[in-house]
Design a binder for this molecule. Structure first.
Ligand SMILES: Cc1cn([C@H]2C[C@H](O)[C@@H](COP(=O)(O)OP(=O)(O)OP(=O)(O)O)O2)c(=O)[nH]c1=O
Length: 195
């Protein structure tokens, strides 16, 4: 039985693209970067925490696998989570304007016998945004609940000049990496051949 430990509608929608049956679990984990933790270590740890919190809810059932994922925007070593209010959203978008940033997405699969993870890093360059563009975008409400205060799958697409990496990873669940991981657990058939 496959579970997705996520309340994110984007992740639920993305996982459906792989054509596998799964059930969602609502988990709440603290997203606080520990001292000395690199952005990548932090994102991976939070994704693992989510998968493990989900696993704790269903561990009694047989053959359980739980997916957990986390996505953060990173600029100059600083991790941008989800903006708490319009002021924070505007400040994040001003920082991202005219520059490239990394979007790190980690996915963990946790089972009783086995666990594994993949981390996906994409590079996103924003166009230079004037104050009116930022204010109008924040006013749409789209930045809320999104790492870095934008949604590439929504109106935020108009801010993104260039993407190198994984579109699904930026959106919240890197599907190539997730599928590769699930093949390793026998949830999907076949395997990805080395180059
Ligand atoms: C950069 C970017 C992020 N996001 C979203 C994906 C994630 O939902 C969110 C990052 O927050 P997360 O903390 O990774 O996830 P979440 O709290 O929304 O969901 P859960 O922990 O229950 O799984 O930002 C987009 O939808 N589009 C984007 O372009």
């Amino acid at each position: 039985m496959l579970y997705l430990a996520s309340q994110s509608p984007r992740r639920r929608e993305l996982l459906q693209q792989l054509g596998i049956a799964y059930t969602t679990l609502d988990v709440e984990v603290a997203e606080v970067r520990a001292q000395g933790e690199s952005p990548q270590e932090y994102v991976s740890r939070v994704a693992r925490d989510k998968a493990q919190a989900g696993f704790a809810l269903v561990a009694d059932a047989a053959d359980v696998l739980v997916i957990g994922s986390d996505t953060e925007v990173v600029l100059d070593g600083e991790v941008f989570g989800k903006p708490a209010d319009a002021g924070q959203a505007g400040a994040m978008l001003r920082r991202l304007s005219g520059r490239a940033h990394a979007v790190i997405s980690a996915v963990w699969v946790v089972g009783a016998q086995q666990q594994g993870c993949e981390v996906c890093v994409s590079n996103v360059r924003f166009a230079r945004l004037d104050a009116a563009t930022i204010d109008a975008y924040v006013a749409t409400g789209e930045p809320f609940g999104k790492a870095g205060g934008y949604a590439i799958q929504g109106r935020g697409a108009a801010l993104v000049e260039h993407l190198e990496g994984s579109y699904s990873g930026v959106m919240g669940l890197p599907l190539f990496e997730t599928a590769r991981l699930l093949r390793g657990f026998g949830v999907l058939p076949g395997r990805v051949c080395p180059q």
